[in-house]
Design a protein around this ligand. Structure first.
Ligand SMILES: [Zn+2]
Length: 229
């Protein structure tokens, strides 16, 4: 039950005084003061750990015959539930998910920040590779929101699908992993192939290289779940 290191060490304990004068044969592990008249009785630490385990099991057994309640939402667990966990474990699991317990809000916030951090890392990676830039234009509303309030990751495609054009393709969050994979595997050809797949159209002739065709083929066959249009 516990993770105490099982080292052969001895710790002083007042428990030993209750057995003062007893031989270690009559109470294994507990030594009487005759063992060390200067420091009193000692108990083998491993046996103390075993005793802690036994008492924790006892607490668990006692709790199994009663209800445990969440003080935040009133959720009640037990007795007689058949879930193969202790009452403390059941309550701990509830607390993590209880909408009224402050810990569930912290956990949700922690999950949100982790996801946001992972997204930023992917964006920084693509930015460092010159695969994307941040546009200030919001395609959904066809507006230019306030400076600094909005950024939209896009792949720059000037003069790629048509000559003399300023062109870009927006990258949604669910496409970040695929775009990173295309860049890693095929370089710029992979990125253009990704855009071609998303748009359902082919780039200008100079972009349709052997590597580009390989990337297109890979997207068509090896990656059915690309999420592309
Ligand atoms: Zn609760």
């Amino acid at each position: 039950m516990t993770d105490h290191p099982r080292l052969p060490r001895y710790i002083p304990t007042c428990v030993g005084t209750a057995y003062a004068g007893m031989s270690k044969e009559s109470k294994p592990g507990v030594y009487g003061p005759e063992q060390d008249p200067n420091h009193g009785p000692y108990v083998l630490a491993a046996e103390a750990d075993a005793e802690i385990d036994r008492l924790m099991q006892w607490v668990s057994d006692l709790q199994s015959g009663m209800y445990v309640n969440c003080v935040y939402c009133g959720h009640r667990y037990g007795p007689g539930e058949t879930t193969p966990v202790s009452m403390a474990d059941a309550l701990r699991a509830h607390v993590e998910a209880c909408p009224k317990h402050p810990m569930s809000a912290l956990k949700a916030e922690c999950d949100r920040l982790r996801a946001e951090n992972a997204r930023f890392r992917k964006l920084y990676h693509l930015l460092a590779r010159d695969v994307i830039f941040f546009s200030q234009y919001d395609e959904d509303t066809n507006t230019w929101p306030d400076c600094g309030e909005f950024f939209s990751p896009c792949v720059l495609l000037n003069d790629t699908f048509a000559y003399a054009t300023a062109d870009a393709e927006r990258v949604t969050d669910d496409q970040l992993d695929l775009l990173i994979k295309m860049d890693r595997q095929f370089g710029q050809s992979g990125v253009v192939a990704w855009a071609a797949q998303v748009r359902g159209s082919e780039p200008l002739e100079p972009y349709r290289t052997e590597k580009y065709c390989a990337a297109r083929e890979w997207l068509r066959t090896a990656s059915p779940a690309t999420g592309a249009k």
